[in-house]
Design a binder for this molecule. Sequence first.
Ligand SMILES: Cc1ncc(COP(=O)(O)O)c(C=O)c1O
Length: 371
Amino acid sequence: MIPVNQPYLGEEELKNVVQCLKSGWISSKGEFIKHFEEEFAAFCGMKYGVSVTSGTTALHLALLSLGIKEGDEVILPTFTMVASAYAVLYTGAKPVFVDSEERTWNMDCAKIEELITKRTKAIMPVHIYGHPVDMDPVMKLAKKYKLYVIEDAAEAHGAEYQGRKCGSFGEFGCFSFYANKIITTGEGGMVVTNNKKLAERAELLKDLSHSPGKRFLHTDLGYNYRMTNMQAAVGLGQMHKIKSFISKKRQMASLYSKELEGVAGVRIPIEENWAKSVYWMYSVLIEDSFGLTRDQFRNKMYSLGIETRTFFVPMHQQPVIRKLCPEANKKKYPVADSIAETGLYLPSGLAITKDQILKVCKAVKTIKKAV
Ligand SMILES: Cc1ncc(COP(=O)(O)O)c(C=O)c1O
């Protein structure tokens, strides 16, 4: 079976973890944390990095640090992973969902302004599957209405919008280091920012809000979102390969696209001319002209030894969101509905070989021929 994802871990990660264990600094103090935060923030073109336990807690911490709370509204795409919406809900604020646009499947920036109300405090663009959101319109609206921007760049380490890294536009950029991400720490995440005060606030909140200078005295509610030094030891090793990982993802995408271009009914991902996508996952739509539904196609791929994964279920279709945000239910999101029904991703892990990609493409063509 060719798996949909497999991380790539090397000798440096192993050496770092051993060193970490031998040092005894296995919790959240230690040199690896500091170096990992500094190197990752610098890679993003940002001054400060605050490591956390996951991409989900990165988003929550960013919102908390900005003071987002009950009564506020945050605008984000309906087509995203549930953690983006959960993070908003954890603060007591209300997520307000935007439909996707057809080309990149990211939030449709032309539909944001109509959703802004007096309660709107922030916009959360999500760089879906490693392709950047069109950030100019987002930043213009944020300026016009004095809104914060929190980028969910969980899937977009190193992706660029007009030559600038995703995660570097808003008050906070939020990243995940889950095993299937561009770099991994097993579980883990980070917020990056250029604002010293926000970085300090995030540091405090993620570490139980000990009063500065007076440990064990707490004036604010805090959280334990601390990454361990062991995770950072892995992260630092991964960090030194991040450029080659991104090249590998881009080479993978270009081979897939070359092989699949022209297969009727398979819509391959695009890259806008202002974008550098990192193709976190090589994602396609199985359109009507293919002659099979997405799920029929997936089953056939599986029987040929190839694992695939369906697209996210949009937020407005999620029972938990419908229960907590009944208004989301009343609106229509036709683009998100359509891509969620027809989209899937092909094996895209960093450990994938050229032969495996060619085998996947051959399987797609064999299935198509037999329809
Ligand atoms: C867009 C997006 N946001 C947030 C997350 C949450 O990250 P984590 O799984 O590290 O909590 C993910 C994870 O897959 C994601 O894809």
